[in-house]
Structure formats: C-alpha cells, structure tokens
Design a protein around this ligand. Structure first.
Ligand code: TRP
Length: 468
C-alpha cells in the first residue's frame, strides 16, 4: 500500500459518495418505469427481497475486496491472482461504455431544468413531441451532454475527498429534500390513493419469470454492483470503518430513494389518469405532463424534479468515471488530472455519437442497433450480469474465508455477528441466483448479434488481459 493513496475524509462523506453512486437514473428514471411495466407492488416486493438478500451481500463483498487491497477494480483482483485480472478489466470496460450513453440521459435531465421555465413543457398535449424532437436534434442534446461531462470532469479531477466526497455531501441532501417535497405534493393530490395502491397492494397474479429477471437486474444496476464500482469506492475506506454497517446504510438509502421516487411519480400519475407503464419516456414525458396540468406551481415542481434527476445522474456518472480513472492511476501511475481529462474526452466522443444515433445518425447501426442501444444492451444486460456472477464466485471461492472475516471485523476488533450468514449467501446463493438470471437474461436478448459480440469480448478479455 502506497502512502500517497487517497482516502475518504469522513464516514458520512463516504456514505454520501457511495449513496451518490448508487442513487441515480436507476432510481428515479428506471425504477418507476420498470415497476410500472412489471405490475407495481408485486415487482417491488421481489425487488426489495433481492436488494436486501443479494444486493446488500454483494455490496459488502465489493467493499471488502476494495478495502482489503486498497486497490481499485483491476488491482484488487490482480492482487489475488492474475487469472482473475480480467474481471476487473471487464468492470473498467463496462464503466467506460456506460459513460458512452448514461451522460446523454444526464444531459437531457439538465436541459429539462431549463425547459421547465421556457414554457415548452406547459402544453400537456405537446410534451411527447417536444421530447422526441429534442432527443433527435443533432445539436442541442449534444451540447447538454458535453456540459454534463464538464461537471463530471471538474468533480473527479479534484479527487476523492476534495472532489467526489465534497460534491456528494452537498448534492445528496439536496436530492433527498427535493424528492421529499415532490412526494408530499404528489401524495396530497386528490385521487392519489390509486397510486399508493399500485405501489403497495401486491397482485402476484402478474408475476412471471421476467418479473424476477427485471427485479434482480434492477437491484444490481441501482446499487452500482457488478463492475467494480463499489470495489473502487471501497478501496478508499479507512480501516476503522465498519463495512457491514456501511453497506447496509448505502443499500437502505438507495432503496428509500427508489421508493420515494415512486411516491413522487405514481400518485400524481394516477391522479391525472395516466398510464404507469410508459417505458423509458416516463420521466421525460409523463412526469412533465402531470406538472403541466398543475399550472404555475407545476413549473417550479418540474424544475425541482429535473434538478433532482440531474443531481442523481451526476453523482452516479462521477463514480463511473472514477472507476476508469482509478485504474489508470493505480495500475498505470498516470497523474489523476491527466487520466481524468484524457479518458473523459474519449468517453465524450462516444457519447456524442450515442446521442446522434437517436436522431441524425439513426441509420448507422452496428449489429442491428444504434450506438446508444448497443452500449446499453452490452453493459446492462451482459457485462454487469457476468461481472456480478464472477465477483461472487471470486469472493466466495477464491478469497480466503479468514481474510474476509478479518477484513469485515476490522482485524477482529469489531463484531460482525452475521458473518457466516453473509459468507454462505455470497458463496452459494448469489452465484446460483445470478447465474440463473444472467443466463435467462442474456439468452433472451433479441439482438443476437450484440449478444454474441458481448460474450466474445468477455472471452477475449479473459484470454488477453493478464498484463493490463
Ligand atoms: N447505480 C446508478 C443508478 O442507479 C448507475 C451506476 C453507477 C451503475 N455506477 C454503476 C450501475 C456501476 C452499474 C454499475 O443510476
């Protein structure tokens, strides 16, 4: 362990940063529409069970691996065995590719803060076409995406305690307050109770295999698991912290925000008689439509909502940029600023093309899909699932049990009563559950070209990434 390696400045700072990574578009954009499309409360119950049994255990495994080695994703695996280096590399590649499309949506969110005030969102009947027109525009969304990148670069270039932690300590409480305000407004609308029923009254007749698949995928994505993100954040935790408690806190915060986002969106949605299963356009179309029907106060609420969405997206994308930067810093000894500027520039170029692939360049496809969809499928459906599976196998079967016990109990100085329960979940339950979901999920990908390409990339990495 080098003396110069950075650390989080305080426990609360680390919790805010890790929660900032977890809480993102996944909670406010993806969770509501996924829940909506999968029947609401029954999905949510399954999602909660997966989050607190599997997600929480995997998060603790990632923190443990990171802090034990004080190395980010690639180094943490390599430290144990060169044969496993590629799992870390897969994580870095995933983070890099997610940064090729996630900031595009982050840019949309930023622009909607301003659109809330310009009046383009005030005519409820035109909101759908405003969104369509905007994301297909060859210039506007790109400018917003680049601004979003700029914010990322400024934060990550300042480092762990001085950049990511500092920003998260301001941004996360802001996000919590905004969402609570929005949920209160939504819950006090006449007719809000139908939304509460949708969220909390389970109807298990709508549950199918796909529901479980969607629930576990959502749990992993929302908690930032499966690609070494929490390994990297874990690598900056001080040896005095209690890892199990930290993992529980971050998981609970992430879940609370997903539910809060549901409480902000569904009661209002039902109050205005709209459909819950509106797909990815839900927060950019349905939500502004609801606000438009509220008149003047709707403008303010809309701006607040998109500030919250932008903040959530920003603290998550920061963690993705950090994963790639940390690799270059730890393994290639490149200075932080150089690493951040160069890697973010390349990501931004990819993001520009991802944005164009939704409009001006929609004719240009690779393996049957545009770049935006290609990157989304490749990472979310393939790399994260395989990455999560391999991580659990690695922690459960390769890392020594005594080492894990020492790390999770701070060398035996604090108690972790559930150590054996956790260890067995990671060793047996997680690999089986994730393997089932990974196989079902990957084989159900409609774009077979992308599926084979993704699996091929993993194969190539497994063979050739030992030296990275
Ligand atoms: N968890 C974030 C969200 O909910 C997205 C994210 C950040 C992520 N880092 C990640 C997803 C690492 C998977 C892996 O929006």
């Amino acid at each position: 362990m080098k003396k110069s390696r950075e650390n989080w400045g305080s426990r609360i700072g680390f919790i805010m940063a890790a929660a900032g990574s977890a809480i993102g578009l996944g909670n406010i954009w993806r969770f509501p529409y996924t829940a909506g499309a999968n029947g609401g409360s029954a999905f949510i119950i399954i999602y909660l069970a997966f989050t607190f049994v599997i997600g929480l255990s995997v998060m603790l495994a990632e923190f443990t691996l990171g802090r034990k080695t004080h190395l980010a994703a690639v180094g943490a695996y390599k430290h144990h065995s060169k044969n496993w280096t590629f799992v870390g590399v897969l994580g870095v590649v995933s983070a890099f590719l997610i940064m090729g499309f996630y900031p595009v949506v982050g840019g949309w969110a930023l622009s909607y803060i301003f659109k809330s005030f310009t009046g383009v969102l005030s005519d409820a009947s035109a909101i759908g076409s405003v969104f369509e027109g905007f994301i297909k525009n060859p210039i506007q969304p790109i400018i917003w995406t680049l601004i979003f990148f700029g914010l990322n670069v400024v934060i990550v270039a300042k480092g762990i305690a001085g950049g990511i932690e500092k920003a998260s300590k301001v941004l996360m409480p802001t996000l919590f307050i905004l969402l609570i305000l929005l949920a209160i407004r939504s819950l006090t609308l006449p007719g809000a109770s139908a939304g509460i029923e949708f969220l909390f009254k389970p109807d298990f007749s709508v549950v199918t295999g796909q529901t479980y698949l969607a629930a576990l995928g959502q749990a992993f994505f929302s908690l930032s698991l499966g690609m070494g993100c929490m390994v990297t954040y874990g690598s900056y935790i001080s040896k005095k912290e209690r890892l199990p408690l930290d993992a529980l806190t971050v998981t609970a915060l992430d879940t609370a925000v997903a539910l809060l986002a549901g409480l902000a969106i569904f009661p209002a949605l039902f109050a205005f008689g709209m459909e819950p299963a509106a797909g990815p356009g839900l927060v950019f179309v349905v939500v502004p439509t609801v606000f438009a029907q509220m008149g003047g106060i709707g403008i303010i609420l809309s701006a607040l909502f998109f500030i919250a969405l932008s903040v959530a997206a920003l603290t998550s994308s920061v963690s993705l940029l950090e994963v790639v930067a940390a690799y270059l810093i730890d393994q290639k000894h490149i200075p932080r600023k150089t690493a951040v500027y160069s890697i973010a520039s390349i990501m931004a170029v990819i993001a520009v093309f991802a944005s164009l692939s939704l409009g001006a360049m929609s004719g240009a496809t690779f393996l049957g899909v545009g770049i935006f969809d290609f990157l989304d499928i490749l990472t979310d459906k393939i790399f994260l699932a395989v990455g999560g599976l391999l991580l659990a196998i690695f922690v459960g079967w390769v890392v020594k049990k005594e080492d894990l016990e020492r790390e999770t109990t701070n060398e035996g100085t604090v108690k972790f009563v559930l150590f054996n329960v956790w260890y067995n979940i990671v060793k047996y339950i997680v690999p089986v559950a994730v393997a089932i979901v990974a196989v079902l999920g990957i084989t159900s990908i409609e774009q077979k070209g992308v599926m084979f390409f993704g699996l091929g990339v993993i194969g190539v990495l497994a063979l050739f990434s030992k030296k990275l």
